[in-house]
Design a protein. Structure first.
Ligand SMILES: [Zn+2]
Length: 380
């Protein structure tokens, strides 16, 4: 396998890659729009079938369908597949295209979801295409799993995703690269809690002592919660939303808040969940209801580092200088790494502005990422 030949092939394919990327970006696919996510899934299923992949569409009553494709032979009998992981959905509502249309300006291409992660999907397609075109057979089959609700915690197909990962020898995640194309070897675990306080309403002027102020109880609890953070160790908690009360002159009966939690290590989970869930009312007449917990375990570096080293060496052979990066954001790689399966993330597009109005990719990186992915698949 000659990485340079893969690079040359992918670079010659850039116009076709951009054409496909435009089609994919112009099929808007917000997580909660089942019909649109299904449409994009069907389009990609057709593309994969044209490459002679065996394709399965996993339907879901409420969420969009996920797509699973297999190429390069059958898994089973001791041959473990490589799992490519992508997601069809974006955080952009339907109609966003009219204010941020697909466009290419200089070396950048813009559009909703172009970085997170439609360019990653295109890299996946072309990596597989490059291997076929150059008649390079990986050691085992490659399975390509396109999830449909990653941006909403991957609830619909979590079980199938975990089952796919358990069978795999390695998971390559097509989420966007970190700054300057760095690969992601470490992700924090993510969680969310909701604290609801039930107090007792009363007239704030006539009978304040009869009331139990839910807002003052909640704010005192939130100060306690914030003290659990260990920012120097990467463990952070942030109150993201708060609501409560009805009128200024009414002692509020209810108040609630949601808290975002990021944990660097698996062991932090138990401590955070225990300490948040065991909060006790400061005013004994108030009731506390606490829901939530850690929903994505951390992706620890140990699961990624040997894959990263391999990728870096292949990068050198193709004239790329690849760094590794750690991020506070979660992905489906968190789940696969937590199963103990080697997982390397950030193999998708290079750019900036994920989930932001200036979301874009660097066009010249597109074939380079596809070639890197192809080379990695070929050598695993
Ligand atoms: Zn993503």
């Amino acid at each position: 396998m000659n990485p340079r030949a893969l690079l040359t092939y992918c670079q010659s394919e850039l116009p076709a890659m951009l054409d496909c990327l435009q089609q994919v970006v112009e099929m808007e696919s917000p997580t909660n729009s089942k019909a649109e996510v299904d449409r994009l899934g069907n389009f990609l299923a057709r593309e994969l079938k044209r490459s002679h992949a065996k394709v399965q569409i996993l339907k879901h009553a409420r969420a969009g369908a996920a797509v699973v494709a297999e190429l390069f032979g059958k898994s089973g009998r001791g041959v473990k597949p490589i799992l490519l992981l992508g997601h069809l959905d974006t955080v952009w509502d339907l109609g966003t295209l009219s204010r941020m249309p697909f466009k290419i300006r200089g070396d950048r291409a813009y559009g909703p979801g172009i970085l997170d992660m439609k360019s990653g999907i295109v890299c996946g397609l072309w990596a597989l295409g490059a291997l076929q075109a150059l008649k390079i057979s990986p050691a085992g089959p490659v399975r390509f799993f396109l999830n449909s609700d990653e941006e909403a915690s991957s609830l619909a197909f979590r079980k199938q995703l975990m089952a796919e990962a358990k069978k795999a020898k390695a998971v390559l995640v097509l989420e966007p690269a970190a700054v300057a194309g760095a690969l992601k070897t470490e992700r924090k675990g993510t969680g969310e809690f909701r604290i609801t306080v039930c107090g007792r309403s009363a007239h704030a002027g006539i009978n304040p002592a009869a009331g139990v102020n839910a807002i003052s109880e909640l704010t005192r609890q939130l100060l306690r919660v914030e003290k659990l953070a260990r920012p120097h160790k990467g463990l952070t908690l942030s109150v993201g939303t708060i609501s409560g009360g009805t009128r200024t002159n009414v002692i509020p009966e209810r108040a609630s808040a949601t808290i975002d939690v990021r944990i660097p290590h698996v062991e932090d989970r138990e401590m955070i969940e225990r300490r948040v869930c065991s909060l006790k009312p400061i005013n004994p007449e108030a009731l506390l209801e606490i829901q939530g917990g850690i929903n994505r375990p951390p992706m620890e570096r140990a699961r990624a580092v040997h894959l990263f080293r391999r990728a870096r060496e292949l990068g050198w052979e193709m004239g790329m200088e690849l760094a590794e990066a750690s991020t506070g954001g979660g992905s489906d790689g968190n789940f696969t790494a937590a199963l103990g399966i080697p997982t390397l993330d950030g193999l998708g597009g290079v750019g900036d502005g994920a989930h932001a109005l200036d979301e874009h990719i660097i066009v010249r990186e597109l074939p380079r990422r596809a070639a890197l992915l192809a080379a990695l698949i070929a050598t695993l």
